[in-house]
Design a protein around this ligand. Sequence first.
Ligand SMILES: [Ca+2]
Ligand SMILES: [Ca+2]
Length: 428
Amino acid sequence: MKNRLISAVTAAVISVCSVASAVIPAFAEDNSAKNLLVLGDSIATGYNVTGNVNLNYGQIVADYYGCTAVNKAENGLTSDGLITKLTSDSDVKSAASTASVILVSIGGNDLLGATKTAAGELIAKWCANPSDTYFYGKTNLDYMSALKVIQGVTDEKQQQSYASDLFAAINSATSAQVTASAPKLTQIRSLISSVNPDAEVVFQTIYNPFAVSESTINLMSLQYSQSYVTAYNQLNSIARIAISRYNNNISKLSNVKIADIYDAFTENNTDSQLNNDSKGYAHALTGILASGDKRDIHPNQLGHLAIAAKVIQTIGNIKLDETSLYKTYIALPELQRDALPLEVRNSIETATTVKKGDINDDRAIDAIDASAALTYYSAIQGGTTAKNYSDVRKTAADADNNGAIDAGDASIILTHYASVQTGGKGIL
Ligand SMILES: [Ca+2]
Ligand SMILES: [Ca+2]
């Protein structure tokens, strides 16, 4: 087990990892003077170890619906902490009472807290064991210091044994935490109802910050030892099990909408040859692969964009968007947009609604779009998909609605463009 894994574990333990998103139905129709309240943890505050993101998902969603974002999230907040706030924090209760929509991101710190406690107990046990070569006799060893001790263990077998015991302890503790969480989640929902029975309440599921793509794992295999990759997969597996069980509790809540962020951050690849563990987009949507102190399980700006899009998709009332969701997305270089996971692009582009003929979604229908249609057509003819087209873009590209993207569509787009250029209304 190499130091990078220790760093990953450390990052997981010292940070907060939960993601939530929200849903609201009738809310978007009359937005004047409506408030969108964000409750929860550091996912919701927009925290990043290198500084908060420019726009967190609460701001993006509020902007989309033209209402005011009120953010009462707090870094490190647990479900117990949220219960306390909803019970006795007059500021939070007041904000909740006037909100039309309430987005809740909670749970990640509960799992991390259980992880810390279990690790602490295990370390104390090692330190009290006279036959433990590396730990016996050490005092006041916190988790971070213990990780440094494990890092320094030269016998690889012994090092793996420590890691394996640590993972087992974490697995068991998070499992117990998940069981304890169900009544807490129900209580949070009830407390919100008691303050504001009319608000639309959206709970977000927690994403797995260790779930990365297969190609990322393959790259890791080239860079690091097999034991590192095995340990990373083990961590991913533990996280997946605990988070999935926690999310299952969230999904059982009544009178809420569920924005499935776990799903939004997960690759739906049934061809996976590696194992059954979830593969995902954490490499693109969080800072999990950053090195050293910059390693971060929190969503980056793209992650917040993806969460916002999922929340908006869940809430509904999709419109042709010109707000920060669209502006942030379209400001990305096209190559970077094309490199985004298709599921994420589908989600964002569905929320921004691409217009027929406007394949690159820049709100102009012109020769660039005609060229894009031809590029797509020739790629398909050549047996490859050169462009990572989302479903929405494919619909935009099929200008004549015949179910295929080809030269006919390019021609229609050009005809439309020529018409508009000469003062006409166009044909699209
Ligand atoms: Ca265009
Ligand atoms: Ca067509």
